[in-house]
Design a protein around this ligand. Structure first.
Ligand SMILES: [Zn+2]
Length: 132
């Protein structure tokens, strides 16, 4: 991992409470929507392109449970697992990434500088970047 604007400690440790707080403030549909194209469904879930197998509308995210699943390649998990797979990170680093994301979102105004310094995608066939 090079060129990232976020800092990682060698052995990040999070308590269960910290992880729960980070996950709570990292809505699964928001985080996935920043990496691939998903749209809201009538039933409140989200469906879209799976970034792992490129299956059209095979990825489903359920905000209520905070989980996602691809009906094509059968990848599934929570928001932490998604970031682990998407950015090729260990779990603790994925939690740190989400924490960084959360911190930059909760700032009064996100400087343009931060936006342009988003960590690069490190998977092939990158999804188009969603501008919110
Ligand atoms: Zn898939």
């Amino acid at each position: 991992m090079t060129g990232d604007d976020w800092e990682t400690t060698p052995f990040p440790e999070f308590t269960e409470q910290q992880v729960a707080a980070i996950v709570k403030r990292s809505p699964v549909a928001d985080v996935i929507g920043e990496h691939t194209s998903i749209t809201a469904q009538a039933d409140g879930t989200f469906a879209g392109v799976c970034p792992f197998c490129s299956g059209l509308r095979s990825l489903h995210a359920v905000p209520e449970t905070g989980r996602w699943q691809c009906y094509s390649c059968l990848e599934c998990g929570d928001v932490i697992v998604f970031i682990c797979k998407m950015r090729d990170l260990w779990r603790a680093d994925a939690i740190q990434w989400l924490e960084h994301r959360m911190a930059s979102r909760s700032a009064p105004a996100v400087p343009a500088r931060l936006k342009s310094e988003e960590p690069p995608y490190n998977v092939q066939g990158t999804a188009p970047e969603n501008t919110l």
